[in-house]
Design a protein around this ligand. Structure first.
Ligand code: SF4
Length: 471
């Protein structure tokens, strides 16, 4: 399969080695059947979401409520975070604060060393992906096993997840079979999903039992109780946290919600938007360590307060990571998650990541058609396509847009704002298409032609036709 496996920023990869979205996407779409299959599979998930949403007559009110709760929380973030810390500490949980990814990783390493731990199981957490925790710990001699099935598959393959909810969505069962044959010794060529899942189950059971420490993410942290909720479909976060002597839960500062009653809004929004299920199979509530267990929460900023200070992009912190915007995005569906060189890919990733590093992520807001489908499906009403458009302006003003693109855009702006020039260039264009098809039907002169058929040039423009035919 043509794909870029380790196209990641901040993971020890220097910026100059990171392949841009368009170049990585070019590699992905070389495999046409796989591209079509990826597109159709994600669209299937999008349709499941639509059917689930249609079952809830008050869906739009729920979205509005979710959006308003998040808006309110972001405006009072400091108070809610401090209340959460106080209540969690009263429950016997140790709370740590990390300004950035490096501090997050160091805090976890210190807990691991103090506990004399060698083996760690980890359930899905995009924050730990963002902080590149796995590599950090593995380089220091700690065994880290991802326990979400999709994440374990990509971990075996030394790939990052390509989707925040469906980490191995870029792979077919044949790929999984081959990977399990190589790493788990399953029967060569046996692609039966049940057989493969059972093999993973046996393998992971052993890891759960032997692990000394479990790391989980946090979907929602409740300020009024100091408790938190972790959502999984496989129960792997529960297995890890209940079997281990130490539980570390990691959260970005935006995961906070004020009250337990608000969970009813977000739990209803999250899974319907993500996979079309009415609720996640396991929505597990954690409040305090069991007798003899240690529980830690690491609260991480890593650029989030900076984003909070950008009025145009502040709303992106409302994201509950459902991935509905990924599944509906025509660019994501046809370019694959590895084309985005960041932990969180897709439309929301293209808003969050320029905040972390404008230069390295300047290509991402351009990986969109601005069709607005992402905004339409977002359960917390983030104006995603507006923010992508705004980032393009900011990046251009800050000088991070490629010179060729700048010249082309200025030229286009001139043509589109001068009707006479527009008509003339249209005429010339149609003439060139008719007289010199080798210019327009040429991948070097016309990159647009690489993936598309050129239309037959009409004899006249619509405007000419209209003038002639209007009554
Ligand atoms: S931006 Fe909205 S649609 Fe996209 S992942 Fe976040 S909550 Fe879901």
């Amino acid at each position: 399969m043509d794909t870029i496996k380790n196209n990641r920023i901040n993971g020890g990869t220097p910026h100059e080695n990171v392949v841009s979205h368009s170049k990585a996407a070019e590699l992905f779409i070389r495999d046409e059947p796989r591209t079509d299959w990826h597109d159709e599979t994600l669209w299937f998930v999008r349709e499941k979401r639509d059917r689930a949403v249609q079952q809830v007559p008050e869906w739009e009110q729920l979205r509005e409520l979710g959006s308003q709760i998040k808006d309110h929380t972001l405006s009072n973030l400091d108070n809610y975070l401090m209340a959460f810390e106080k209540n969690a500490q009263a429950n016997g949980v140790k709370v740590h604060w990390a300004a950035d990814a490096a501090q997050h990783n160091e805090i976890i390493l210190q807990i691991i060393r103090e506990g004399n731990v060698q083996r760690v199981v980890k359930s899905k957490s995009m924050l730990t992906e963002e902080c590149h925790l796995n590599n950090f710990l593995i380089e220091r001699g700690i065994e880290v096993v991802d326990t979400d099935l999709g994440e374990r598959i990509v971990q075996f393959r030394n790939e990052p997840p390509s989707h925040i909810v469906l980490p191995a969505i870029h792979l077919k069962k044949q790929d999984v079979s081959q990977t399990f044959h190589q790493h788990l010794g399953t029967e060569k060529g046996n692609n039966d999903p049940q057989y493969l899942t059972e093999a993973a189950r046996q393998h992971l059971r052993d890891k759960f039992i032997k692990s000394q420490l479990a790391i989980t993410g946090i979907n929602f942290a409740v300020a009024e109780t100091g408790g938190f909720v972790v959502c999984t479909n496989e129960g792997n976060a529960d297995m890890g946290a209940h079997a281990a002597a130490i539980h570390i839960a990691c959260m970005g500062i935006e995961k906070i919600i004020p009250k337990a009653e608000h969970l009813s809004v977000f739990l209803r929004l999250l899974t319907r938007s993500a996979t079309g299920q009415p609720i996640t199979t396991y929505s597990s509530h954690f409040h305090k360590p069991r007798n003899g267990q240690q529980m830690h929460i690491v609260i991480v900023d890593n650029g989030r307060t900076k984003q909070l200070g950008r009025p145009d992009f502040r709303n992106s912190l409302k994201c509950i990571r459902c991935a509905a915007c990924f599944n509906t995005c025509p660019v994501y569906r046809r370019s694959g998650g590895h084309s985005y060189h960041t932990a969180v890919a897709g439309p929301i990733g293209s808003i969050l990541n320029p905040n972390l590093d404008m230069k390295a992520n300047a290509d991402l807001p351009f990986a969109s058609t601005l069709c607005g489908s992402c905004t339409n499906v977002c359960p917390v009403k983030i104006d995603i396509h507006q923010q992508l458009w705004k980032w393009r302006q900011v990046l251009t003003e800050e000088g991070y847009t490629a010179t060729g693109k700048k010249i082309a855009m200025n030229g286009m702006a001139f043509v589109l704002s001068h009707p006479a020039v527009y008509r003339l260039t249209g005429k010339i264009g149609r003439w060139v298409m008719r007289m010199f098809p080798f210019v327009t039907n040429n991948k070097i002169f016309n990159p647009w032609y690489k993936q598309r058929e050129m239309p037959v040039a009409p004899k006249q423009s619509f405007r000419d036709w209209y003038i002639k035919n209007k009554k």
